[in-house]
Design a protein around this ligand. Structure first.
Ligand SMILES: Nc1ncnc2c1ncn2[C@@H]1O[C@H](COP(=O)(O)OP(=O)(O)OP(=O)(O)O)[C@@H](O)[C@H]1O
Ligand SMILES: [Mg+2]
Length: 344
């Protein structure tokens, strides 16, 4: 940090700058993520919010170099502690995945293997990253025995840590024997197994009822508090993000349309899309106007024209909203909104 010029902030934990991920298809170029710039600080919980298809998961997968074929990152950088992961080799990325940055995928069954007991799967994750002494080539007994015992203890500790009752018995059970909430806890245990500095949680609680959702969110909060793990909470639920995140980034059609600290963003949303999202949330809309869905649907991301993609659904739209790129304007301390309403 000594070589930082005076007055600059220390290197952030994770920085996305101009990240652009596309899918070149026969029928056109799908712009899943366009020029996305974000900064996650150590220990921070950030919400990435937007409707289905807005590019949230592709942003997360881009961070880890896991964008499915034929998708590709065509511009921008993903800097983890200053190191650009877009240019990292596969071996380097494998090392970082799980160990420094862990992702909990949107569909639990993409991570959980139905044919192995949960305990076995957590142990596998520990082994991949060689976090226990002796991990690597098979060792002769009694060293192997000692390693197995250490692994076993760590697995049980992790299951207990994420609130799975009777860890010993639970470790022998298969994913289908777990309830939805318990599956999510098991996923969190796998993600935590290597003590990551960043946890990317993609729609972690979407399929759960509100009580279980609240328990899982409490667990994430505790992890954040006790270990200082930074979290990006990906959700379509702005209310959930408002409750748990210090900062929120709202995405629409692959772009960030508004971002800033949670309280002012919720109290006084600047982008018409954020305003529309808030009016859809019963517990927040009640204190504002009446509950109103946003009319229209999200646009097709193929060959998007320049300008604001929200224009067809926006109550404030006018001729100046299309035909040219719209930058993020400063709309308050630490706040940005991509809307011509705030053109200076
Ligand atoms: N395999 C693919 N091939 C082509 N386009 C894709 C593919 N996967 C995603 N996309 C495009 O990328 C866009 C962003 O997808 P993404 O999965 O990031 O959305 P999301 O915000 O996570 O949505 P959801 O809330 O439904 O999970 C989609 O609208 C889709 O057009
Ligand atoms: Mg998604």
């Amino acid at each position: 940090m000594e070589d930082q010029p005076v007055g600059t902030t220390p290197t952030p934990l994770l920085e996305l700058e101009g990240l652009t991920t596309i899918f070149p298809l026969k029928r056109g170029r799908v712009q899943a993520v366009t020029g996305l710039t974000l900064r996650l600080e150590r220990g921070q919980i950030m919400g990435l919010v937007g409707e289905s298809g807005s590019g949230k998961s592709m942003t997360m997968l881009s961070i880890l170099g896991l964008v499915p074929y034929p998708g590709q990152i065509v511009a921008g950088e993903v800097r983890f502690k200053g190191r650009n992961l877009v240019r990292a080799s596969n071996a380097e990325l494998r090392e970082i995945r799980g160990k420094d940055i862990a992702m909990i995928f949107q569909d639990p069954m993409t991570t959980l293997n139905p044919i192995f007991p949960i305990g076995e799967q957590i142990r596998e994750s520990l082994r991949i990253h060689g976090l226990l002494n002796g991990a690597g080539p098979r060792l002769p007994w009694p060293f192997d025995h000692a390693r197995r015992r250490a692994e076993r203890e760590r697995v049980l500790w992790l299951l207990d840590e994420v609130g799975i009752p009777t860890p010993e018995e639970a470790s022998h059970r298969y994913p289908h024997e777990y309830s939805g909430g318990m599956q999510q806890r098991a996923l969190i245990a796998i993600a935590l197994s290597c003590e990551p500095q960043i946890l990317l949680a993609d729609e972690l609680t979407t399929a759960l009822d509100v009580t279980v959702q609240a328990q899982i969110m409490d667990l994430l909060k505790r992890i954040n508090r006790d270990r200082g793990t930074a979290i990006i909470l990906v959700t379509h639920d702005l209310g959930l993000a408002a409750e748990f995140c210090q900062e929120i980034a709202v995405m629409y059609a692959g772009r960030i349309v508004e971002r800033g600290p949670t309280d002012p963003l919720i109290e006084d949303p600047k982008h018409p899309y954020t305003q529309g999202l808030l009016d859809c949330i019963p517990r927040i809309a009640a204190t504002r106007r009446r509950i109103q869905p946003i009319p229209g649907t999200v646009p097709d991301l193929i060959d998007l024209p320049p300008g604001c993609a929200f224009t067809p659904r926006c109550p404030h739209a006018h001729d100046g909203c299309t035909g040219h790129a719209i930058p993020l304007y400063k709309v308050g301390p630490g706040r940005l909104a991509r809307c011509v309403l705030y053109e200076h």
